[in-house]
Design a protein around this ligand. Structure first.
Ligand code: PMP
Length: 337
């Protein structure tokens, strides 16, 4: 019995118990999937500090009411010169959070966001592809949902990110959740409140054996995936839901439209019916994290294996993001670290 084991047992416990706690903490920290890949420094409350020290109060308004809006962009070391960090369409990726911030009555210019992102990269010196998240949020504490009369702030953090979805192709289901309407949420802004629906749709898809969800809008037309826009190829032409279909106006979507038109592929933005996806020649999703994700299956319908237009666009976009396409070097900002 412990009490009867005398001084020796007591000392053993004094020495080994803290060691055991340390070991357990180390194992836990190692196993935690998210603790490993965040970049070392975050921009928080007006300065650059260690990511692990950037903390908010549990009473933060944005935490309680999703009163925040974010951006999301990739940065990749140039494969032929890793001292160069390549940013894709930085102007668009700073303009969107700036305009999203207007819905929170937070005035922050695109150039202010851009300057901070450049500083963020120079301080963190990434050595692999990363995802950068700038975010504006109601930083004040308090109850009562509102936009006015509450402090705001701006932060940036980043994490290492490889491929978000398999480039071999994915399966999609139609979500039982519908995309919100522009009259209920400012969907052109990347507002946090919209992402509960995205999260539920994604989880429903994954838990029922699919990779991704496709959401219809309240009028029953195809809107977008959980956090990606959607394109359909029919008879050599590209079709995508228009900007009036409650979509987030994706920057990758815009890039694909520009590239396809330049390749001589006709692009139509219009209402898309659910059944068009079943009989499509190709379907793919677009987004910053995944670039272009080919779709192999919609519900129980297999799509053709050959995806020439998807592949052509993916190759083109990949070359551009790696600064290997002179004609589109205007879309790449180089930051020397
Ligand atoms: N829709 C939603 C809801 C998204 O979150 C995203 C990702 N930002 C997209 C579409 C694709 O936009 P982008 O190409 O600008 O990443």
């Amino acid at each position: 019995m412990y009490h009867g084991s005398g001084q020796w047992g007591h000392w053993c416990l004094c020495i080994f118990e803290p060691l055991l706690v340390l070991l357990k903490t180390a194992i836990k920290a190692k196993k935690h999937p998210m603790s490993q890949n965040f970049l070392e420094f975050a921009y928080f409350e007006g300065g650059f500090i260690s990511f692990t020290e950037a903390k908010i109060s549990i009473a933060t308004h944005a935490f309680q009411y999703a009163t925040s809006a974010s951006g999301g962009m990739r940065a990749i070391p140039n494969p032929s010169d890793p001292t160069e960090i390549l940013l894709f369409r930085l102007d668009r990726h700073t303009a969107r959070p700036s305009s999203s911030a207007k819905f929170l009555q937070h005035q922050i210019s695109a150039s202010e966001i851009e300057n901070k992102i450049v500083e963020f990269i120079k301080i963190n010196k990434p050595t692999c592809p990363i995802y950068i998240r700038p975010m504006v949020y109601n930083s004040g504490l308090g109850i009562a949902p509102r936009i006015h009369d509450i402090e705001k702030d701006f932060l940036i953090y980043g994490l290492e990110m490889g491929d978000y979805l398999s480039s071999d192709g994915i399966s999609c289901r139609f979500s039982s959740w519908y995309r919100q309407e522009d009259r209920t949420l400012p969907l052109r802004a990347k507002v946090a409140a919209a992402y509960l629906t995205s999260a539920m749709a994604k989880t429903e898809a994954v838990e029922s054996g699919f990779d991704e969800a496709i959401l219809l809008n309240s009028r029953g037309k195809v809107s977008e995936a959980s956090a990606m826009n959607i394109f359909v190829v029919r008879n050599g032409e590209l079709i995508t839901p228009g900007v009036n279909q409650d979509i987030l106006e994706g920057i990758t979507r815009d890039s694909v439209i520009v590239l396809a038109e330049e390749m001589g592929i006709k692009v139509t933005q219009r209402e898309v019916d659910k059944t068009e996806l079943y009989i499509a020649d190709e379907v793919f999703l677009t987004g910053t994290a995944a670039k272009i994700a080919p779709v192999n299956r919609v519900e129980n319908i297999l799509l053709p294996k050959e995806k020439p237009i998807t592949q052509k666009l993916l190759q083109k976009l990949t070359a551009i993001t790696l600064k290997q396409d002179e004609a589109y070097s205007k879309w790449i900002t180089v930051i020397k670290i």
